[in-house]
Write a protein that binds this ligand. Structure first.
Ligand SMILES: [Zn+2]
Ligand SMILES: [Zn+2]
Length: 333
């Protein structure tokens, strides 16, 4: 557009910001942000999109800065910020912001965002209080609180809530979801079709690098696997146990529990970052599926061994793995 002298307008920038938030790659996000002309940056829709973008990249401070500087906040501004807190495991901050949000600005998305934030941070009491205060409980709001209760193993309460709701409303989509899920998994088994190929990507020297599971096509593949081997031994030295219950298929010849578990894409991507010179202080990985329990535990150990920050965005949320060996989600994922 620059070359043929077309000036990008508000919608061009919005599309670019949305594309960046999907990729989650910081270099691109910062580049686009720096390019936006001041008069367009002041547009509230652009500001809201930027809050969303930084939230989805795990840079909550940047999202908060924009939010704090915005004077004429609207519903979308608040919702974007509450959602950003929730995605990053900052449930308490999400609840605080929701409480401070002017009542007339709250809509059902605000309720869903804050309940999701509670759900991902294990804030059961807060979720119940907020839920009870909502005057118009839509089906999505009911589904969100049911999800929250299920995540915290309160199955009976979740079931009661769904039953109560269905006494006065048409059957909940949650149950139809379950049926859909069974149908889908049966179908997958029958057809042997893999519905979604799992991918993980990261940014190295401004370039996006994408790896698949068991990917040995990368030029640094040998080094990646050597690095994983070293991390594995160190983890075992530190008492880490490779839990075979995460393996959902029979092992092939020449495979061990460790080798299968350590072949997951995000681990390959993290190892690739760790063999860069210099090793980045913060490693950012985006994956299109959910992180498995094994990779989650192993990544905690890697962050501790390497004393670095590792940020993994999966299909559901953002995990911040800290050098102290903890994750921001505190196991709620
Ligand atoms: Zn995994
Ligand atoms: Zn986590």
């Amino acid at each position: 557009m620059n070359q043929i002298d077309i000036t990008p307008d508000d919608s061009t920038w919005k599309i670019l910001i949305v594309a960046c938030s999907k990729s989650g790659m910081l270099h691109h996000c910062q580049y686009i942000m720096d390019q936006i002309p001041l008069n367009i940056q002041n547009n509230i829709q652009i500001q809201n999109s930027l809050i969303d973008m930084w939230g989805k990249c795990g840079l909550i401070e940047k999202a908060k800065n924009i939010f704090d500087l915005l004077v004429d906040r609207d519903t979308i501004t608040y919702n974007a910020m509450i959602n950003a807190f929730g995605l990053n495991g900052l449930g308490t901050q999400a609840v605080e912001l929701y409480s401070g949000m002017p009542n007339n600005l709250r809509n059902h998305i605000s309720h869903i965002c804050v309940l999701n934030a509670c759900s991902h941070a294990g804030l059961l009491h807060e979720a119940r209080t907020i839920f009870n205060e909502i005057s118009l409980k839509t089906q999505s709001i009911n589904n969100t609180i049911a999800d929250c209760l299920n995540r915290l193993f309160m199955f009976d309460e979740a079931q009661k809530l769904i039953n109560d709701y269905e006494k006065t409303n048409t059957p909940s989509i949650v149950i139809e979801h379950q049926e859909a899920k069974n149908f889908r998994s049966n179908q997958i088994e029958e057809l042997g079709v893999k519905v979604k190929v799992g991918l993980s990507w990261t940014e190295i020297k401004g370039q996006i690098v994408q790896l698949k599971a068991h990917d040995r096509s990368h030029p640094q593949s040998a080094e990646i696997y050597a690095k994983i081997d070293r991390l594995k031994s160190k983890a075992i030295e530190n008492g880490f146990i490779f839990d075979s219950s995460w393996i959902i298929r029979p092992l092939n010849e020449n495979e061990t529990n460790e080798s299968v578990l350590c072949d997951h894409r995000e681990l390959l991507v993290i190892a690739l970052q760790l063999i860069q010179e210099p090793v980045p202080k913060r490693i950012q990985v985006v994956k299109n599926l959910r992180v498995c329990g094994h990779c989650h535990e192993f990544t905690k150990v890697i962050a501790k061994i390497e004393q670095c920050d590792i940020v993994v965005r999966d299909a559901n949320r953002i995990h911040h793995f800290y050098p102290n060996g903890q994750c921001s989600c505190q196991g709620h994922f």
